[in-house]
Design a protein around this ligand. Structure first.
Ligand code: C5P
Length: 328
């Protein structure tokens, strides 16, 4: 069936995209440390622009490369349906908030605690899928989600406790702020993803048109963010300061990520997206061990990896998930 092929294709591309993004970001941090740094807020804006351009091209292709059809669909669906368009401001605003919360989290927690805690989003996503989409999960599927969460947490467990001064620098108060920020981000990640899925599956409109609507708000919020955080520096040295080939690669992979996540939400769902990103965490860790040699896997890592793989098979074991009433 074509849709089932698209489902596995989109999940496969997501594994590839997440893995290469993590490796490129790590590479850019470890091997390209010197020289002026690019502004993260500018990278967000550029990725958003790339995403919108790619989506416009995809809509153009969907309409047999007719400029007239492209023009009329963009007018009809985006300009003439302001209420439909405004609906996309909700996930877009939440994603912007989420990206900032994760920044707050990382400033108040060590990276490992942050990553382990953020895995709770697997469960929040499942809870929102059940409550907002009426999806029904069997016992084996809940169990597999629990195993998946524990597995990813183990995979990311720090190999040794963080060095003394770093740990001591984080006061109990700031730990609390950090953990609260991650917990709110877990809820927002689950909610925004499932809300976008609901919009996609409740209407016939192309996923790429929806993504243009999402991207437009993302661009506006991103520009505000860039001017608020880095306005001074942008006025001094421009928004492309510190960009090099590797920066453009990271930005392009991030834009591709937005497209692939949208395709996964359309053809598969947010819960399967969790499995794909979990598998890619294992893959990127293994590649970074064999290739960049900057990681030494512990037995915790292998135990976690086995749990993730077992969970992936267990999720599919009980047969198909009950039909989703909101799916056309
Ligand atoms: O952690 P989580 O899976 O919630 O992150 C999803 C990310 O994907 C967010 O940073 C969001 O901006 C991005 N996204 C996107 N296009 C979509 C859906 C999500 O760029 N259609």
């Amino acid at each position: 069936m074509a849709s089932s092929r698209l489902k596995y294709l989109s999940l496969g591309v997501l594994v590839f995209q997440t893995t290469s993004l993590v490796l490129t970001m790590r590479y850019s941090r470890t091997l390209q440390a010197d020289g002026p740094r690019y502004l993260a807020s500018s990278a967000v804006v550029v990725a958003e622009v790339m995403k919108i351009i790619a989506c416009v091209l995809l809509v153009f292709k969907e309409h047999s490369y007719s400029m007239r059809a492209l023009n009329s669909i963009l007018r009809q669906e985006i300009l003439h349906k302001p209420v439909e368009t405004l609906k996309l401001a909700i996930p877009s605003g939440i994603y912007t908030l989420q990206n900032n919360l994760l920044y707050v989290a990382l400033s108040n927690l060590d990276a490992a605690t942050y990553q382990v805690t953020y895995q709770l989003k697997i469960l929040t996503t499942a809870l929102f899928s059940v409550s907002m989409l009426g999806r029904r999960l069997g016992v084996y599927q809940w169990l597999s989600l629990l195993i998946l969460m524990i597995g990813v947490a183990l995979v990311q467990w720090p190999s040794e406790s963080p060095s003394g001064p770093e740990k001591e620098a984080l006061s109990a108060g700031s730990q609390f702020v950090g953990v609260m920020a991650v917990l709110v981000a877990c809820c927002s990640s689950g909610f925004a993803g499932v809300y976008f899925e609901k919009i996609l599956k409740e209407s016939k409109q192309s996923v790429w048109v929806r993504n243009i609507q999402l991207g437009m708000f993302g661009l506006v919020f991103g520009l505000f963010g860039m001017l608020a955080y880095d306005g001074e520096r942008v006025r001094e040295s421009g928004m492309f300061q510190g960009y090099n080939t590797i920066t453009w690669t990271v930005v392009a992979l991030q834009a591709l990520g937005g497209l692939v996540i949208a395709a996964v939400i359309k053809y598969a769902d947010n819960i399967l997206k969790g499995f794909a990103t979990s598998l890619s965490i294992i893959l990127s860790t293994l590649i970074s061990y064999f290739w960049l040699q900057d990681f030494d896997p512990t037995s915790m890592f292998f135990l976690g990896a086995i749990l993730v793989i077992v969970a992936t098979f267990l999720y599919g074991y009980e047969g198909k998930p009950s039909p989703n009433p909101s799916r056309a």
